[in-house]
Design a protein around this ligand. Sequence first.
Ligand SMILES: O=C(O)C(=O)C[C@]1(C(=O)O)C=C[C@@H](O)C=C1
Length: 378
Amino acid sequence: MKKLDLLEIRGQLDSIDREIVELFEKRMRLSGEVAEFKIETGKPVYDKERETQKIDSVTGMVEDAFMKQAVSELFTQMMTISRHYQYKLMAEHGMKGEDTFQPVKSIPTDGVRVVYQGVEGAYGHAATLQYFGTDISCYHVVTFEDAMKEVESGRADYAVLPIENSSVGAVIDNYDLLMKYNNYIVAETFLTVNHALLGLKDSRPEEIRTVFSHPQALMQCSEFLNANRNWKQISVENTAAAAKKIIEEGDPTQAAVASETAARLYGLKVLNSSINHNKSNTTRFIILSNKKIYREEAQKISISFELPHKSGTLYNMLSNMIYNGVSMIMIESRPIPGRNWEYRFFVDMEGNLSECSIQNALKGILEEGRNMRVLGNY
Ligand SMILES: O=C(O)C(=O)C[C@]1(C(=O)O)C=C[C@@H](O)C=C1
């Protein structure tokens, strides 16, 4: 192709693009008029039937399979943008998507009762003390689900549950429990999971012969423990149980791998601190309440929604965030029990429920997805 031809073709493309932009602007103005009608009548923005008819009709105007796909994508995108514009106009009319959460200056902590899973000295306990302080009234239950029940029923004001670990990822069971119970995330705390070697007050490291702990903790400290070849490693049900065993049996040749919180609670001595090889091992714990409240300064929102396993559905859902300038921090998917190949998504995004951009994004996801829930703003 000669240079002159290229310039000439580009000139033609430029004038077609100008026409497209003019027509697109005209289309968006009409979309704005539809929004006014929807505001007056309370009709929802998203009209699935109309969009399906539109795609069928425009793809019917071209023959070639490639062009059919291209036209379908182009019009899907244009209608998505059109919907975002309508949500924006609705928000400007004060029509909020989510206003059932109450903003509060701070999360109440006076005289509250807090529940965690595990036993005293376990990491759930350490996370509880880290967030609420040591003067708190707290108690423990056997399972994560028990903790959710305590909060939903109001027997506890808050539950502290692990949701994600920096080395091993999501705590999947707790994502499922977020759906099963009407509790809301009101805060989070990041606990550095540091294991220590604990012994009796008068025991000396060179005397140690047997080390007890949870198998995961023994693994996370294997480099340190295996360097002492004559130590026998024995698994027990959890790290705090190992610490308890040492104090109860009073044998100076026995040690436990557990947290320094466990050392304080059971009156043990820290023989070696931070013996895990991954020094940045951190677990994120969420604080749950049965009240729909959020801190005025909250900067992170967790939501969940369901989608059929169909090409483009997640892309369309996430575009609600992109077009409103909302950043996504995390996405996790879980199969929906009893519904093969359908998924529930958990998304964390930056923002506060009072912001217009967040209201718009949530309104879009609420209308276009299934069973959208705001799990908390914290
Ligand atoms: O026809 C409508 O109800 C519109 O709002 C217009 C429009 C479009 O842009 O074509 C936008 C959103 C609806 O989901 C369907 C179609």
